[in-house]
Design a protein around this ligand. Structure first.
Ligand code: NAG
Ligand code: NAG
Length: 340
């Protein structure tokens, strides 16, 4: 026999209050007014993921503004667009200042959950050595069981190509300066596990018909050259190719077969955050491209198990530095962080 006393409050509630309230005063209770919801708790999020990922972005020599902001020979910069790209997807940034003493630089690598190599022009000397050193550490971290992603953009793509191929002369000339382009997927390409996996199907289709990505490079690698280099084709699979202003085909996106390493010749960060060149696409579709790539990369970083002590992270975050506006002259980046 059921205990009818337990039902009394419900009977009162349903027969009188709720029914009458609904009929006479069609109000909806917000959670704080609804005693049934007042003490409810959301379930703890999936604990194997890191919901406070931090991304290291490597600085590049110069001031990013051809000396308009600083002529300090020791200066290096990070365009703020890369920082915003990371932040928009739910991560924070620690700058990896390339010419800091290498012990400090590599200690900072232990504070992050993934790395971005940016665009630029420096392809030799200390900068190349630092990129090579960090790249090796990234592979080591993954080999040791962390899931530690790298996104290499434009110059980053080129340097990683040189490093993996073990051939500093492997790059070829292409005419893709300041050009919005399409991306072409190989016929039987499997996009699972790549940055394109979560693109909505209609946006994915538009990538090959509409110029939704920004290219700005004079070097690159043809699909033939990549396939002929055993190191390269063993490490990477070609996801997309693009066509330069002289109809020459180059590799525009690659994904490593066995590492969370993604490299693109194009600039996913520019569509949403850079305005200097009128060629940069800013359409709804183009901005979605920025957002999907950022979401992919940060979701990879959330898989990293590295959880360094919070106070050291705070000391090194990019919030300890101020970006400088340099967009009025319209020649380069809109905002840069300069490290001297
Ligand atoms: C850097 O040097 C150039 C050439 O001498 C000069 O035009 C420019 O004003 C200098 N920049 C700064 C920030 O002083
Ligand atoms: C160059 O800059 C780096 C990073 O800011 C700094 O650690 C280093 O001491 C500087 N070197 C010189 C010679 O000023």
């Amino acid at each position: 026999m059921w205990n009818y006393y337990l039902w009394i409050p419900f009977l009162i509630a349903f027969s009188k209050e709720l029914v009458l309230t609904k009929a006479q005063f069609p109000t909806i209770l917000i959670p704080s007014q609804n005693p049934a919801l007042k003490w409810s708790r959301c379930p703890a999020p999936e604990s194997s993921l890191n919901f406070r990922p931090v991304i290291g972005i490597l600085s590049h020599p110069g001031d990013g503004a051809s000396g308009r902001l600083s002529n300090d020979t020791n200066a290096s910069y990070i365009a703020a667009s890369y920082v915003k790209f990371v932040e928009a997807a739910g991560a924070r940034v620690i700058p990896l200042i390339y010419n800091e003493p290498s012990q400090i630089l590599f200690d900072k690598l232990n504070l992050v959950n993934g790395v971005i190599f940016t665009g630029g022009w420096a392809n030799s000397g200390l900068y190349f050595e630092v990129v090579e050193g960090i790249f090796k550490k990234i592979l080591e971290k993954n080999d040791r069981g962390d899931h530690f992603p790298l996104l290499a953009i434009c110059l980053g793509f080129e340097l990683v190509t040189m490093i993996v191929s073990k051939d500093k002369n492997i790059l070829e000339s292409f005419s893709a300066k300041n050009q919005a382009s399409t991306l072409h997927f190989g016929r039987n390409i499997n996009i699972e596990g790549t940055m394109f996996q979560r693109f909505p199907p209609d946006l994915l289709k538009k990538l090959s018909t509409d110029c939704l990505v920004m290219q700005n490079h004079q070097y690159g690698i043809s699909p033939e050259t990549l396939e002929e280099n055993e190191n390269l084709c063993g490490f990477f699979k070609i996801i997309t190719t693009s066509v330069d202003q002289e109809d020459k085909v180059y590799v525009s996106s690659v994904q490593a077969n066995n590492y969370p390493v993604t490299a693109v010749q194009w600039h996913p960060e520019k569509n949403a955050f850079e305005w200097a060149s009128p060629e940069i696409p800013h359409s709804d579709d183009a901005v979605q491209v920025t957002q999907h790539v950022a979401n992919f990369f940060v979701s990879e970083a959330r898989k990293s198990v590295n959880r360094p002590p919070a106070p050291i992270v705070l000391d090194n975050l990019i919030y300890n530095y101020r970006p400088t506006y340099c967009g009025k002259a319209g020649r380069g980046y809109d905002e840069v962080y300069i490290f001297t």
